[in-house]
Design a protein around this ligand. Sequence first.
Ligand SMILES: [Mg+2]
Length: 259
Amino acid sequence: MSEPSAPESTLPYPPIHRDKRFVVLSDWDGTITTHDSNDYMTDNLGFGKAQRRAGNLEILAGHDTFRDGFRKMLASIVANGHTFEECKEILRQNIKLDPGFKDFYAWCKENDVPVIIVSSGMAPLIRAVLSNLIGDADAADIEIIANDVYVFPDGKWEIQFRHPSSGFGHDKSQAILPYRKLPQPPTLFFFGDGVSDISAAKYADVLFVKTKEDGENDLSVYCQREGIKHILFSDFSKALPTVESIVKGEKTIEDVINA
Ligand SMILES: [Mg+2]
């Protein structure tokens, strides 16, 4: 499979786990959380849902980049006068965890499977929501590879993209590819739900795509179009038996992706 050249990163990466047989990488917004926090902010504090969905479809159709569409969403929140601290607090109050994630994470920890959050969101918001939901200790423990934020003295703020030269803003494939290049690469599980996951989707050994009640299933649409095999899941409790069966050697990757 051909690889795009690596975009320059403005932010550091955590060291890779060189000695693991299995690694879980997961999107945050709408995958580990029940609702996408950036969508939530845009719909309630920014230019609203109709304009956001129109923008999402432009990205999916290839008429806009994820990076630029996402920047417009966030800029609409700032334009309405909302500070970063205010957004953090609103998200802490309103964003919930996937009902199966806590147990899934505990199982991974027990079984020596690292869990890495790979997000197009901003790391400070993810940590704030996470510490509220799973406690400070686990929230500090989970690795997060995401974008960051510039907060200015006048209270305005702007996303700091990890890969400003990439149309993804954060090219998630760069979190996965170093694992593929290891002499003995681990089996890579990737969990995602949306357009921001497209860059990583094709590099996973087992790709899980989250189903949505509201039908906003952009990653699944993309995977069907591109012929990328994936497993649909509604919450992490439904995905755990599949992960477990592979980790325990009861099933092969082929068994589960062809099922
Ligand atoms: Mg997402």
